[in-house]
Design a protein around this ligand. Structure first.
Ligand code: TGC
Ligand code: FAD
Length: 392
């Protein structure tokens, strides 16, 4: 259970009036699930570096996997604002929970739905939506992170199958995935997507240990050593870097909403604590220095909420540009990590304890500010959009 009353979750500008009844119902049901499933066990999972048992099936049950995927393929056919609100509620619990849902939805189900064959959609999407199958997304490599176009993983056409070689690094859920959507170069040096299944000979998924961030999420490698991939596992609908980058547009959008949830969790905790904790005979919330922090947190959360809502409207109309999504991802993650760090100080020594969420959120957000495009890369995308000059 959260330390603060859920009624204190801020809607300072009355944004709820711009949501539909369906949006609010979806948000409430995910919020309830986070209270009952995530909050009671997330600190121990993060402390012990373990998963939340049965997480993916639970996410499937509440409709958090592929919310905008058509109903005929097991999704919920919801709009983009519903997707955003789901991500916000999940990340109020923990970034690892949002990560699990966003990789499955935006990085695995999205490319299969957008670029896959009818057979691939029927074979994979319903199981992914139910959380009965876990997917991962392989773009980053040991030598190529911000610059994925230089990737070295490649496949050759062997007549009746493709032969895949290379390695991907920093892959969310790789150690537990059943399938991986892997981006690799064909013999012409063009990037294409392949669905690689666990059990294919030469495919291994070693875990990356000792993370200080996203400790309730598994991260690892995808290693391909002469893996024979059936030809029907190639995603037929896209060639070039725009394939994986389109998936990132969807995931980055979800992160923009998600991190508002982490910021809300820190803000509400800090407000509650500042009213309860007394020093020098008065609640610490009565001092101007602490009020300044709280006022700035609420201002930044409110700005982030408005940014996301309008981005969601643009996305629903298929008008959101990649650069607009980059701006929201960059702004909102920085907003959340600043609030996590500053709000921890309001709790003094108690702020470093697992009973309160700030250290966990702050540590998680160190990954979130790096993955899906670093803070610097998103600034350069905005710079390019302004000037037309590529500064990468
Ligand atoms: P550039 O020459 O600009 O573009 C190549 C082609 O791609 C097109 N394009 C896009 N298409 C769709 N969406 C976008 N956002 C796009 N950005 C570019 C572009 O139009 C072009 O198309 P075409 O038809 O002309 O070929 O590419 P570049 O090589 O200069 O690189 C651009 C850059 C740096 C912005 C990009 O590569 C980038 O975003 N780098 C960051 C890498 C990144 O974000 N990696 C994320 C890995 S996945 C992950 O982190 C998952 S974490 C999951 C979790 O746990 O939540
Ligand atoms: P680098 O690209 O080496 O960057 C290092 C530094 O240099 C950064 O500060 C960067 O901003 C800066 N830099 C780079 N280029 C420039 C430039 N041109 N100008 C100025 N500065 C520059 N990837 C996946 O494919 N799938 C996943 O599921 C996935 N999950 C992840 C989970 C976690 C927990 C983490 C930490 C990462 C994950 N990633 C995943 C990888 C992530 O996307 C990369 O870490 C990220 O894109 C940055 O790449 P890099 O780590 O190689 O850093």
């Amino acid at each position: 259970m959260s330390y603060y009353p859920l009624t204190s979750i801020p809607d300072y500008y009355g944004i709820d009036a711009l949501l539909t009844e369906e949006h609010k119902l979806i948000r409430q049901s995910v919020r309830d699930w986070v209270e009952s499933f995530v909050m009671p066990q997330i600190d121990q999972a993060a402390q012990n570096h373990t998963d939340l048992p049965g997480l993916m099936k639970e996410l499937g049950k509440i409709g958090a996997l592929g919310p905008y995927i058509p109903v005929e393929y097991g999704g919920s056919g919801l709009d983009q604002i519903s997707y955003g609100l789901i991500m916000q509620e999940l990340e109020r619990g923990d970034s690892a929970v949002r990560s699990a849902a966003s990789v499955q939805s935006s990085l695995v189900m999205f490319p299969i739905n957008e670029f896959g064959s009818e057979e691939q959609k029927k074979k994979y999407l319903p199981q992914l939506a139910a959380g009965e199958m876990i997917g991962s997304f392989g773009l980053t490599e040991p030598n190529h992170g911000s610059d994925p176009s230089s990737m070295e993983t490649y496949f050759k056409d062997m007549g009746d199958h493709y032969l895949l070689n290379g390695a991907k690094m920093w892959i969310t859920n790789s150690p537990v995935c059943d399938i991986a959507v892997v981006w690799a170069k064909n013999e012409e040096g063009k990037i294409q997507g392949l669905i690689v299944e666990r059990g294919m000979e030469g495919f291994t998924t070693p875990e990356t240990h000792n993370k200080w961030s996203l400790r309730a999420s598994k991260t690892g490698e995808l290693v391909f050593n002469d893996v024979k991939v059936p030809k029907e596992n190639l995603l037929p609908g896209v060639t070039g870097l725009k394939g994986p980058l389109s998936c990132l547009n969807s995931a980055r959008y979800g992160i923009s909403w998600g991190v508002i949830g982490a910021a809300i969790d820190c803000y509400c905790t800090a407000v509650q604590y500042s009213k309860e904790r007394k020093q020098f005979g008065k609640p610490i919330g009565s001092y101007q220095l602490q009020q300044k922090k709280l006022a700035e947190f609420l201002t930044e959360i409110t700005k982030a909420q408005l940014l996301c809502l309008q981005l969601g409207n643009l996305k629903n109309d298929h008008k959101a540009s990649p650069a607009q999504i980059s701006m929201a991802k960059r702004n909102n993650v920085k907003m959340a990590i600043d609030i996590a760090r500053e709000s921890r100080q309001i709790l003094g020594g108690m702020g470093i304890m697992g009973e309160f969420p700030m250290m966990r959120h702050a540590a998680n957000l160190e990954s979130v500010i790096t993955y899906e495009g670093t803070h610097d890369v998103h600034l350069l995308i905005t710079g390019l959009d302004i000037t037309g000059i590529n500064a990468f």
